[in-house]
Design a protein around this ligand. Sequence first.
Ligand SMILES: Cc1cc2nc3c(=O)[nH]c(=O)nc-3n(C[C@H](O)[C@H](O)[C@H](O)COP(=O)(O)O)c2cc1C
Length: 186
Amino acid sequence: MSNPTLQVIVASTRPRRVGRMVADYIGERLADHGGFDIEMVDLAEVSLPLLDEPHHPRLGRYEHEHTKAWSATISRGDAYLIVMPEYNHSFSAPLKNALDYLNTEWRGKPVAVASYGGISGGTRAAAAITEVLVTLGMIVSSVGIAIPMVQSHLADGRFTGYPQADHTIEATHAALLELTHGRNAG
Ligand SMILES: Cc1cc2nc3c(=O)[nH]c(=O)nc-3n(C[C@H](O)[C@H](O)[C@H](O)COP(=O)(O)O)c2cc1C
């Protein structure tokens, strides 16, 4: 039997972002732990315009090719890890936009959050997005990752990691695996 697909969603899209480096590191560690096929979903590459569909997404009556492609991408995910920065104590606009585009594609699927930022580790942004994820009917993991002072863990164009981060990545992987198998068994 093939592994379920865990999509790592990169929620920062700006030039010179650190988000992709953080996501690449987390994706590698998640792959090391096994049990999932890891797929990177980078919102900078997806490049959705601001929501421009005329119908409510729960109807699935998508008119634009970019929405149909986004729907197909998210539909093949069995679980998600959102790697997100904190902007002004909340989530990034591209992330909210990407979530709003779809509805049933998200519903009932496990999700965890990896936030990063300054001293708070992006935890205010993680708390804010949780309400959105619950509203979409997702199964939100109570275990997640928070990376404070993210800029101090970068070298040579990479996120370098540290033991506590590795520990929380492992715990989050275990939680997502349990939620995913619980869902498939139910
Ligand atoms: C518009 C903006 C708002 C920010 N607001 C916060 C904030 O509220 N809390 C925080 O810890 N860091 C904040 N930062 C600093 C970010 O944590 C830091 O720039 C980080 O690198 C952003 O992630 P990114 O490079 O992947 O976009 C902010 C950065 C930007 C660009």
